[in-house]
Design a protein around this ligand. Structure first.
Ligand code: ADP
Length: 261
């Protein structure tokens, strides 16, 4: 687990957002401020419907905040807007395309199909043990392999910031434990800055460097909890047996179950 000393890649300042419809106004986010440093793995937890996905859409630039600012610094210091990768609950792999044609889809759509990037995709397929399956259809893969394919599709675009919106929630519990550990180990290897949305407290503690707790809607930051676990090995499954794990779990449980004022 890293110390939080590096410069901030992402900075959210005083973000507010409401949805407006014929039924009226839904106030989703209220004065949200926090940052994420380069290479940091951040988990965001909060009650269902509090505004977590809205927050991620704002960070991704899909929604404009009503007030407040989102700044993402380019780690290479250039003026280019950093790329943001988004992984969702469902893998959205297309059955009519082979695994290979699925993982290069983002590059194809963004007109980024260069020889160098395709070499990068081939390297990822090899590293993530999917090379043998490149000509298969998604339905021929296990749930874990599908998530790995979805991750390669996201990483192929070389994002500086990775946004994960409950990417394991469609999997059954047993698969979820191994797949989340597997995917997070692979993501950590890339050194990317990550924001993971989850409603699973154990997942948040075992995977992240810091947990942001949101209040019920309209979401505001209730607590920021840095996670430091004494680990014998660096796997998220081992993290669940760390001596500090249950203390962190109790703190988060109380935060989420204590009526917000
Ligand atoms: P979470 O991800 O924490 O479950 P969301 O960000 O999806 O929460 O939603 C926050 C609130 O905004 C919810 O009450 C939801 O019903 C409402 N909401 C989400 N999307 C829309 C929309 N397009 N129009 C109106 N209300 C919406």
């Amino acid at each position: 687990m890293q110390e939080n000393k590096r410069p901030n890649l992402l900075e959210l300042k005083d973000i507010c957002y409401s949805y407006h419809s014929l039924q009226g106004e839904t106030n989703a986010l209220s004065h949200i401020s926090f940052g994420a440093s380069l290479g940091e793995f951040l988990a965001v937890v909060g009650p269902s419907g509090c505004g977590k996905s809205t927050l991620l859409s704002i960070i991704a630039g899909l929604l404009e905040p009503e007030s407040g600012t989102v700044s993402i610094q380019n780690p290479d210091g250039s003026m280019r807007r950093p790329r943001v990768g988004y992984m969702l609950q469902r893998d959205h792999l297309f059955e009519w395309r082979s695994v290979y044609r699925n993982v290069i889809l983002g590059l194809e759509i963004n007109h980024m199909l260069t020889e160098e990037r395709l070499e990068g995709v081939n390297r990822l397929l090899k590293d993530y043990d999917l090379e043998k399956f490149r000509e298969k259809r998604p339905s021929e893969l296990s749930g874990g392999m599908r998530q790995r394919a979805a991750l390669i599709r996201t990483l192929a675009l070389e994002p500086e910031l990775l946004l994960l919106d409950e990417p394991f929630s469609a999997l059954d519990y047993q698969t979820r434990l191994t797949v989340s550990a597997d995917i997070c180990r692979l993501i950590r290897r890339t050194g990317k800055t990550v924001i993971l949305i989850t409603h699973d407290l154990a997942e948040a503690i075992s995977l992240s460097d810091r947990v942001i707790v949101l209040s019920p809607r309209p979401a505001r930051v209730k607590k920021e909890l840095p996670i430091r676990l004494t680990l014998t090995d660096d796997s998220p499954l081992a993290a669940r047996n760390a001596p500090e794990f249950s203390d962190y779990f109790n703190v988060l449980w109380k935060e989420l179950n204590y009526e917000s004022k």
